[in-house]
Design a binder for this molecule. Structure first.
Ligand SMILES: Cc1cc2nc3c(=O)[nH]c(=O)nc-3n(C[C@H](O)[C@H](O)[C@H](O)COP(=O)(O)OP(=O)(O)OC[C@H]3O[C@@H](n4cnc5c(N)ncnc54)[C@H](O)[C@@H]3O)c2cc1C
Length: 245
């Protein structure tokens, strides 16, 4: 399916929500031109100043007149400072839609692996509802204080039996009861890859080959995950990547 060509848009920030110490969620009303058509997984390029642009991925389900973004301002470069200073009612200029980190139309199980704000494209895909009955989401964050949207994903996992959700913290406090460590370790450990022949590498292999992996976030996670998947003979064309930094 051909994706729409990018155009320049003006939007207005209708709500700015602080999710954690450094992550903000923006609700943006698209003003001109209408409608804005995007496919989950795509992003917008914001015009910070005439010489500077930064990319942010849509984290809401497609809607012609409004969308949501999450911005982690911890890098504190021009993009972070721009969004930190933006307030409700401000206008923003951006070009959209861009990118081909979109869901393939095939019966393969979709495995989403995200670090940090790399969760954005997967939330858009999940809220759009297309593949939610045959997918797993693995989300890696550092501390308990970094967590947001956990309840939302847990609710979805409760509603859709084919959707599994795993939150993994790499630096939790001693009180943390959930999964810990690097997210990449957990993806291949999960029982969803050994459902029929528990403990046999054949069962694991068979299920891995029926899956398609979508990786989004930082370079270290993506490189490590790719290496682990390659070691299990998952072909490159079954691994889609969206590198944020
Ligand atoms: C296709 C695409 C989609 C993106 N979508 C999002 C999104 O939805 N939400 C979002 O928050 N960011 C997203 N990013 C990253 C974003 O475009 C900027 O790179 C980020 O906001 C930093 O911009 P800056 O001007 O503040 O810092 P810069 O001065 O550009 O960068 C400073 C340093 O911080 C590093 N860096 C960038 N992001 C992070 C981070 N999150 N944590 C730690 N270090 C980082 C950069 O590699 C660089 O070394 C996306 C990037 C790409 C390429």
């Amino acid at each position: 399916m051909a994706l729409p060509k990018p155009r320049q848009y003006t939007g207005s920030i209708t709500k700015k929500l602080q999710l954690t110490k450094t992550v903000f969620q923006f609700f943006i009303q698209n003003q001109q031109p209408n409608p804005l058509l995007f496919t989950p997984g795509q992003y917008a390029t914001f015009i910070i100043d005439p010489q500077t642009r930064r990319q942010y991925t849509f984290c809401s389900a497609p809607n012609p007149s409004s969308f949501e973004l999450i911005v982690d301002v911890s890098p504190m470069g021009v993009g972070s400072r721009y969004f930190l200073e933006r307030k409700e009612g401000d206008r923003v200029e951006f070009l959209a839609p861009f990118g081909n980190f979109t869901l393939s139309e095939n019966p393969l199980k979709k495995v989403f692996v995200a670090t940090g704000t790399g969760i954005a494209p997967f939330r858009s895909m999940l809220l759009n509802g297309k593949e939610i009955s045959n997918c797993s989401l693995y989300w890696g964050l550092r501390y308990e204080d970094d967590v947001y949207w956990d309840q939302e994903f847990q609710t979805l996992a409760g509603q859709y039996t084919g959707f599994q959700y795993f939150l993994v913290l790499s630096k939790p406090s001693q009180n943390w009861q959930g999964l810990t460590g690097h997210i990449t370790e957990h993806v291949l450990k999960n029982p969803s890859f050994i459902p029929t022949h528990v403990g046999t590498s054949a069962g694991e292999g068979e299920n891995l080959q029926n899956s398609e992996f979508y990786l989004c976030g930082n370079n270290a996670m993506i490189t490590e995950m790719k290496n682990r998947l390659s070691a299990k003979n998952v072909r490159n064309e079954r691994i889609k990547i969206d590198l944020f930094y």
